[in-house]
Design a protein around this ligand. Structure first.
Ligand code: C2E
Ligand code: CA
Ligand code: CA
Length: 857
């Protein structure tokens, strides 16, 4: 460190040093009259035990003392604020330690004692009940006395006084019954005021000189130094002073602190003794009280119509009122100490446990609905339960208290009200109100998504006649059975309601957005309903026949208003009635036209199948050199009036009814007959023939046996027959389909996957299917040259086919460019107008054929 800094440093150190006490600054000492511990003598000199001790110390330390008389409370404040330097005779407590400093060794020990008029016999704390007691305002004694009285449940009137002398005066004048004083003051002055000490003592205290916080550490250290020295010598100045002021010198040559420790203990012992005495007297009294109030409490808790209980942290019942015991069917002794597993089923126990732990562990106050199943009678009840934690004074939880109200009946009533408000009591179906509600939602959804929906208004034909002839009871029975049948036909997303009388309404949602398809979906449902409702009913042994009429309105007809939609469906239903009953009518005119056309078509188709008004056309399949490698059979309907109808116009209809089954059998039969015919022709004897099979056919239980029977009956070679399936075949029952295909394959029949790329074949299934060929759908070929996406798809299909070791054939090839592009990608088999349209079998004659050698490759 550079030398020139030393002077500055020394200056700083001097500034930091505490001011020297010897520097003729008088030390201000707070004095409140508390003889014999502290007082001012006639010369205004500090006196009493603390006063004299301090003067002795001051003399040795060279302090100049200046007495500042004050009342106790004021003394404390002045010391705290630094306007008094030293306050003698201050009892240590935690609160004061917050704003005062104390030295280490107590200057004096003391305790508080009650002094009373001599006639008054105060023997224990208990006797302080209802007494007027003078106590030093703001003193530690006051606090202690208050706490003591409170903890023993005693009432006393405390009279705050400014000095101990004032308290004693109050007692001697009769204005107070007793006064609290430190034992030194009390014993010293009692006689003078005509008071006597009582055995009631409390609050052993250690007395010190105190200073304001952080103000006079050296001063306190000096006091400690002298006290230590004196207290170690029984004949020291310290004991002489105490003795002079009425105290007794120590009898034993033991450290003073120990002596005083014993004194404290004995004071505490006396206090305890007083307490015990009090308690004994109190307990007898209180037991009477307690058992009376416990009885009263129990009576109250037992007469409440709620389940009240307390559980410990192990979830064992600690208390249970009468209702709880009754619920469990046990006595209180049988309930207490047990947990819920003794009374409830496992589910309930789990549930209760979860709720209880929220209270016991998280300290939550829970209000919940609990549904509990009783072990005793297996009954289930719902409760509204409030559970709250019970806490110790330090906040920890020692139990939970639960109050549960049985709301089972209440809930049942609510459900009943709901049922009555929204359901038809006779059939249990939703009523008009609920339907309107659901319809509202459905229409809103329709408006957002554009998904089509329909309302079917179903009305029984001639219901009134039944009601009038057989009576209302029979009518009701019929309605119930109708409801049952309708319900049986519903899909999950459908909504059925009874509007009243014999009117039912069915709401269909999520119909196809193409009108033609939606029409098929609606008709399918409506026809099912009509069919089912037309079956005979058993009404109390009477067989009864009935039919219904159905009116249909589409969501898109009604501009999204519920009432309008209902009205339109209703109107359509009247149309159905007017048109002869047991039929379906659409509100929408185009739908109606289409529906009528369809109905006519269906009738015609049914008729034509019986009459075999169909024929097969054949479309050649060729290789890259244009040579014939096979043919596909495509059905045509020879309509008596409308001429040749393409399959697109009637196959979907045939598929939506069961007509596809007889039609499909006819097609297969005709194809097999054609194979047999070719077998006699040297050129075409080996030509494979592909036949389309509908999903409905393949899924039919008799499919395999039908095919085998036809092969056998016609004598066609199964190895020439190729069945074309589409991916939609594989949508369900895939394992079953594979089994059927394998069965036929075992006879030599082959399979190709038609319209490939338009469905959602799972690759894993594709591998397991016994296929020989994939047919690339026409739509990819059409735009192959213009749409890079389609080219990519075709490329992927070809690659896939190669990896699965399948042939690949492109359909709908119309131009040479398409063919060339396909060939380049790797597809060398084709079908399409470029080569030939489907036509009579004759067109296949004279077609160039690959050599036998090439075919077997
Ligand atoms: P599909 O099985 O995909 O049949 C191929 C369709 O593509 C045939 O229509 C055929 O005439 C047409 N086509 C062939 N080459 C070309 C071309 O180059 N350009 C265009 N634009 N079209 C071409 P078709 O005969 O009208 O048959 C339509 C659908 O009806 C068939 O599609 C098939 O799904 C079904 N179908 C036809 N016959 C039967 C049958 O016997 N049974 C079953 N279940 N369905 C059949
Ligand atoms: Ca086909
Ligand atoms: Ca196809």
């Amino acid at each position: 460190m550079p030398l020139r800094l030393w002077p500055a440093l020394l200056l700083c150190a001097a500034a930091l040093a505490p001011p020297s006490l010897a520097e003729h600054q008088p030390l201000r000492v707070g004095v409140y009259a508390n003889e014999p511990k502290l007082l001012l003598d006639n010369d205004n000199q500090l006196s009493g035990i603390f006063g004299e001790l301090l003067r002795e110390i001051a003399q040795r330390e060279g302090w100049e003392l200046q007495a500042v008389p004050c009342e106790w409370q004021q003394c404390l404040e002045l010391t705290r604020d630094g306007r008094i330097d030293l306050l003698p005779d201050t009892a240590w407590n935690e609160e004061r330690a917050g704003y005062l400093d104390f030295h280490q060794l107590p200057a004096l020990f003391s305790w508080s004692q009650i002094y009373s008029q001599q006639e008054l016999r105060l023997n224990s704390l208990l006797d302080l009940n209802d007494r007027r007691i003078a106590v030093l305002a703001g003193s530690v004694q006051e606090e202690h006395l208050k706490a003591l009285l409170l903890s023993f449940g005693l009432q006393a009137q405390l009279l705050p006084v400014q000095s101990l002398a004032q308290g004693f005066k109050l007692v001697s004048s009769g204005a107070a019954d007793a006064a609290v004083a430190n034992q030194r003051f009390g014993d010293y002055h009692a006689d003078q005021y005509g008071l006597s000490s009582t055995p009631i003592m409390f609050q052993p205290a250690r007395l010190f000189y105190a200073t304001g916080k952080d103000r006079h550490a050296p001063l306190l250290a000096a006091i400690d130094r002298h006290l230590k020295q004196w207290q170690e010598q029984p004949d020291s100045l310290y004991y002489q002073i105490i003795q002079r002021w009425g105290g007794k010198p120590p009898q034993l040559r033991v450290p003073t602190s120990l002596w005083w420790g014993l004194a404290t203990l004995s004071a505490l012992f006396l206090l305890a003794l007083g307490g015990a005495l009090l308690l004994r007297r109190r307990v007898a009294e209180q037991t009477r009280h307690l058992s009376a109030s416990e009885l009263r409490l129990n009576t109250i808790l037992d007469s409440v119509e709620a389940f009240i209980y307390i559980k410990d942290p192990q979830l064992r019942y600690q208390y249970a009122n009468r209702k709880v015991c009754e619920l469990f069917g046990r006595s209180r002794e049988e309930v207490l100490g047990h947990s819920d597993s003794a009374f409830f089923d496992a589910n309930t126990v789990d549930n209760l446990r979860r709720n209880d732990l929220r209270v016991l562990q998280q300290g939550e106050r829970v209000q919940i609905e609990e549904v509990n199943r009783n072990l005793a009678d297996n009954s289930e009840h719902a409760y509204l339960t409030v559970k709250l934690p019970l806490r110790r004074p330090d906040g920890t939880i020692y139990a939970l208290c639960g109050i549960s109200t049985d709301i089972t009946e209440h809930k049942k009533n609510l459900e009943q009200i709901h049922q009555l408000a929204f359901f038809d009591p006779l059939t249990g179906l939703p009523n008009r109100r609920l339907l309107q509600d659901r319809l509202q939602h459905a229409l809103a959804h329709h408006a957002r998504s554009g998904e089509e929906g329909a309302l079917l208004f179903i009305d029984l034909d001639n219901f009134k006649t039944l009601n009038d002839t057989l009576g209302h009871a029979m009518g009701d029975q019929l309605l119930q059975q109708v409801a049952l049948r309708l319900r049986g036909l519903l899909r999950e997303e459908d909504s059925l309601a009874r509007l009243g009388g014999d009117e039912f309404v069915l709401m269909l949602e999520r119909l196809s957005s193409t009108p033609a398809k939606a029409l098929v979906e609606i008709e399918t449902v409506a026809n099912k309903l009509l069919g089912s409702l037309a079956e005979p009913y058993d009404l109390n042994g009477h067989e009864h026949s009935s039919t219904a009429s159905i009116g249909v309105a589409l969501f898109s007809d009604a501009h999204s208003t519920v009432e309008e939609l209902l009205k339109r469906a209703d109107l359509a239903m009247y149309e159905a009635k007017a048109s002869g009953r047991n039929i379906v009518r659409f509100f929408n005119p185009q739908m109606q036209t289409a529906a009528l056309a369809r109905i006519r078509l269906e009738t015609d188709l049914r008729h034509s199948i019986g009459e075999r008004h169909f024929l097969l056309h054949y479309q050649p399949q060729v290789d890259h050199l244009g040579r014939l490698i096979g043919a596909e059979a495509l059905v045509r309907w020879q309509h008596p009036q409308h001429g040749l109808i393409p399959p697109g116009e009637f196959i979907p209809l045939a598929e939506s009814t069961d007509l596809i089954l007889p039609l499909g059998r006819w097609i297969l039969q005709a194809a097999c007959e054609q194979l047999v015919a070719w077998s006699h022709d040297a050129e075409l004897a080996e030509l494979p023939l592909a036949v389309n099979v509908s999903a409905r056919q393949l899924h039919h239980a008799d499919f395999v046996s039908d095919v085998l029977a036809i092969l056998k009956q016609t004598g066609a070679n199964p190895a020439r027959l190729e069945l074309e399936l589409t991916e939609s075949h594989l949508a369900s029952d895939i394992e079953e389909m594979i089994q059927r295909m394998l069965q036929l394959q075992a006879h030599g029949v082959r399979f190709s996957l038609d319209d490939f790329g338009t469905g959602y074949s799972s690759l894993s299934y594709l591998k397991r299917l016994p296929l020989t060929r994939l047919k690339i759908d026409r739509c990819f070929v059409r735009d192959l040259l213009s749409d890079p996406n389609d080219a990519a798809i075709v490329r992927a299909i070809v690659a896939l086919a190669q990896s699965l070791d399948l042939q690949v054939l492109a359909e709908g090839v119309e131009t040479a460019e398409q063919r060339d592009a396909l060939l380049q990608i790797g597809c060398s088999l084709y079908q399409g107008y470029l080569f030939a349209k489907p036509g009579p079998a004759e067109q296949l004659h004279d077609w160039p054929r690959p050599s036998r050698l090439e075919l077997t490759e």
